[in-house]
Design a protein around this ligand. Sequence first.
Ligand code: RUB
Length: 309
Amino acid sequence: MSDNIADTALAIKEMRIRGAGRIACAGVVALKEFADGYVGTGFDKFLQDLERSKKVLLDSRPTAVSLWNGLHACTKNISKADSVEEARQLISDGAKNFVEMSSKATEAIAKIGARGIQSGDIIMTHCNSSVALGVIKEAHRQGKDIKVYATESRPWRQGIITVNELADTGIDTTLIIDSAVRSVMNNVDKVFVGADTISSNGSVINKIGTSQLALAADEARVKFNVCSETYKFSPLTMFGDMVTIEERGYDEVVKTGEVNSSVKIFNPVFDSTPAKYIDAIITELGIISPGSVYDIMVRQLGDSIFDSR
Ligand code: RUB
């Protein structure tokens, strides 16, 4: 396996590269670099090494389907290649297209989502989603007077990145601890969060605690918006596959020796928010209801739907 695949997988595992969109782009760039730097000439061996490399990348963080979709987009036409050189070109073109598409989708979502924010709105966000923050920052850029509550998002505290990013752009920003969500929700107008994966039934898998925001928003009659590129839609879920919820180590929650050794630590890092708690999914194609996810997947995948298996 090439160094860049191992290095990228490690950076993703260790959260130096994080957020579903960035993980996907880093993965496809690593695959392109693997193909560009491949020194062997045997095509069969190349294909085996390619599959191994994809698996190493995919195993680095199992929940975000963005990575799976990105790698699939780069390699789906590989059966048309007859040589390492042809395969290299296909992967390179696929990676370039994917990264460009990802960046354009984020920009489009920012513009579409910002239309739903009015001056005076109080917004809540969770964790650190570049797409959700793109929407909030765009509304601010358009001169809308908004306030944002951002959750701390234990245990990694990505909320610290979020509040600094928002405050740096001049947005009135308040950090809250995760357990303050329900009481603060009464002062909020709209929630905007990102997504790691969206299932064909419209449920959204995102940072642990997202479903808690959704429940609190439902109770307080606050609109719950998910900001997501359509490459975070999981075709695998159309066939009944469950989304793997990553569990991480105890040392992210407590320090060694801090609790009695008989205490078990359970640290799931994503959760699933059922479609019924989601008012809108803001995509680069427009604002859709969770119930439309299946149709969009079918439309986008077309005849290749069964290749995704
Ligand atoms: C980040 C997280 C984000 C999504 C979407 O979790 O849950 O909401 O990944 O991010 P982690 P983006 O920090 O564990 O990766 O909108 O940037 O793709």
